[in-house]
Write a protein that binds this ligand. Structure first.
Ligand code: HEM
Length: 401
């Protein structure tokens, strides 16, 4: 959005009261006629341009008091404001710094927290939130309590995408190559193979379509195809697992070797683990910075590797039952003899659901971390590189220069 006053631009309005965003914008724009305040002028311009049917509410001369050093908000009396449900009222509007306005207005705790969080997001995009609260003027002329209405995001620089901002300040962010091409290839192969194994495995467990099994009637070979695809994908997955084990022994990249799979070596690792968990539970604003995986993430991935290994062992133990005349497969079948085939099938299915739960949480956390921390974590699984601010010090790497 642009205004005729280039220094200030108006972004989104975030309403927590009954006002629509455009009514909130109108309230925030209320000004004395002929005002020279740059914020009021920018808001008025935006309102006139984007919502030409909305009037900038009138403030009579002498009925406003600007923000001061000791009171970081302004107060003005707005006449005949067309508010929610079409009610026309005289209001006092308070505008200014979010914490200062929240300190003077009423708002339940959860509203304050939502406002802070959204204002923080706006600030991360380079905007400054202009908080708005209002109080009704009662028929007897007295003033009701101030209630929080929301905020309007203001910017002093043109709104740009993150990529454009980064390109304008090339020195601020540094791209570090972390994930090797082979690891990325394995990652996406895992995605495809586990998807295929899940679909075919689910069908083996519950053949919910295809010819019904009726006594004496042929059922065709559909189940045979599902099993064949399951077994081919299983051998592909075994190959992926084996190459990962070879990498853990032979790779020159420390992020891929065995020690990296166990992230808890020093006391500080435990502290960072706790802080990361608090961050994920919304109890902390920032998590410790890591170039590779944070300890919680690494423990989870190591757990998933183990789960995958157990799933393969269980799967091949079931598979071996069809080849009992062979000494090797007879040995692989041992677990089936220990716990019984039904228990093994149950375990195989339960691990499938555990893997699905992991995939859902993994996608959510990867997208969340990428958008909040802006390190490009999601694309790093395609191009291998993550972005860190110059001068930052990850817990698992030297200062980024
Ligand atoms: C190397 C890995 C794997 C091997 C060797 C393997 C092998 C097998 C075998 C032999 C069966 C029984 C087929 C039959 O009796 O007709 C089976 C069933 C099944 N597989 Fe796998 N599998 C593997 C991985 C997976 C994965 C990763 C999943 C899901 C994420 C999965 C899900 C299932 C399910 C749900 C069943 C049906 C269980 C039942 O009700 O019997 N499998 N698998």
């Amino acid at each position: 959005m642009t205004t005729t006053h280039p220094p200030i631009q108006v972004g989104d309005a975030f309403s927590v009261g009954k006002l629509t965003p455009r009514q909130l914008l109108a309230l925030a724009a209320s000004a004395e006629p002929g005002t020279t305040d740059p914020v009021e002028m920018a808001l008025g311009d935006t309102l006139r341009r984007e919502y030409p049917d909305l009037q900038v509410p009138e403030v009579l001369p002498g009925e406003s008091s600007p923000a001061r050093r000791d009171r970081r908000y302004s107060v003005a009396r707005v006449r005949a404001f067309p508010g929610s449900e079409g009610a026309i009222r005289d209001l006092n509007v308070m505008r200014g710094d979010l914490e200062a306005v929240m300190g003077a207005a009423r708002a339940p705790r959860e509203i304050r927290s939502v406002l802070r969080r959204n204002a923080q997001m706006a600030s991360m995009r380079g905007a400054r939130p202009l908080a708005v609260a209002s109080a009704r003027v009662q028929p007897d002329g007295s003033l009701g309590p101030y209630r929080m209405q929301g905020f309007v995001a203001l910017r002093t620089t043109p709104a740009r995408g993150f990529a454009e901002e980064t390109a304008l300040r090339p020195g601020e962010w540094v791209r570090v190559n972390v994930w090797s091409a082979l690891l990325r290839f394995q990652h996406w192969l895992n995605v495809v193979v586990v998807f295929v194994l899940s679909c075919t495995g689910y069908y083996i467990m519950d053949p919910f379509f295809g010819p019904p099994a009726r006594a004496g009637e042929p059922t065709g070979y559909l189940m045979g195809w599902f099993r064949l695809v399951h077994f081919i994908a299983a051998f592909v997955w075994l190959a992926v697992g084996l190459t990962r084990v070879i990498m853990a022994f032979r790779s020159r990249d420390r992020y891929l070797r065995w020690p990296a799979l166990w992230p808890l070596r020093r006391k500080s690792d435990l502290v960072n683990l706790g802080q990361t968990a608090q961050y994920y539970l919304f109890l902390r604003k920032h998590a410790p910075l890591y170039l590779g995986h944070n300890p919680l993430q690494q423990l989870t991935y190591t757990g998933v590797y183990l789960l995958g290994a157990v799933q393969m062992a269980v799967g091949f133990s079931l598979y071996s039952l069809y080849h009992q005349d062979n000494a090797f497969w007879a040995l692989v079948a041992t677990p089936a003899h220990w716990v019984g085939v039904p228990n093994l099938r149950l375990l195989h299915t339960m691990i499938m659901f555990a893997l699905w739960a992991f995939v859902i949480a993994h996608i959510y956390l990867a997208v969340r971390a990428d958008s909040l921390e802006r390190h490009g974590g999601v694309s790093s699984m395609v191009n291998g590189g993550v972005w860190l601010r110059r001068g930052s010090k990850p817990a698992d790497a030297p200062v980024i220069e």
